[in-house]
Design a protein around this ligand. Structure first.
Ligand SMILES: [Zn+2]
Length: 169
């Protein structure tokens, strides 16, 4: 879904996502791998002083693979959204000049923001966390079984899978 930044009203614009929102579901699937059934939530867009603020929350639900053993793990978490974007035309030269607070800003090109990119970014920001099975003992057994098999047969480890477990509000 494309948002034309100039058309966002002064009081802001709220985009509601439900489990039928295909582009959000697709973006979540690509960012996390696995099988995301739904991506509900709300994104509030507001422009202040040429900065576009995106806040709200996203709730991806579905199954992804355990980071360690590859078993399917149910996920249903709420991710808080708090991002800022600035038009590429205002992008400062040389990223080394950016202060720390400016580094968590994104850019949008040609006056439009792709909300699918927002979804991807929210998920990417949560990536340092890992998704693991609830049952650590069974997980360990599966992992050992895989490890003793041919390397080729181990489940592909997708970096995005690590994102979901232990997400908290
Ligand atoms: Zn596991």
């Amino acid at each position: 879904m494309r948002i034309v930044v100039q058309k966002i009203p002064e009081e802001g614009q709220t985009v509601s996502l439900d489990d039928q929102t295909a582009w959000a579901q697709q973006a979540a699937n690509e960012a996390m791998g696995g099988s995301i059934r739904g991506m509900s939530g709300q994104l509030h867009l507001q422009v202040r002083h040429e900065m576009l603020y995106v806040t709200g929350e996203l709730c991806p639900a579905g199954t992804v693979s355990c980071h360690r053993c590859g078993q399917s793990v149910e996920v249903a978490h709420t991710l808080l959204v708090d991002l800022r974007y600035i038009g590429a035309e205002h992008k400062p030269e040389g990223s080394f000049e950016l202060s720390t607070s400016e580094l968590d800003m994104g850019w949008y090109d040609e006056g439009t923001l792709q909300l699918a990119d927002v979804v991807s970014e929210v998920i990417a920001l949560a990536v340092p966390m890992k998704i693991l099975c609830e049952d650590a003992k069974a997980c360990e057994q599966r992992y050992k079984a895989f490890a003793s098999d041919d390397e080729q047969e181990r489940p592909a480890s997708h970096s995005g899978f690590r994102a979901l477990k232990n997400w908290t509000r």
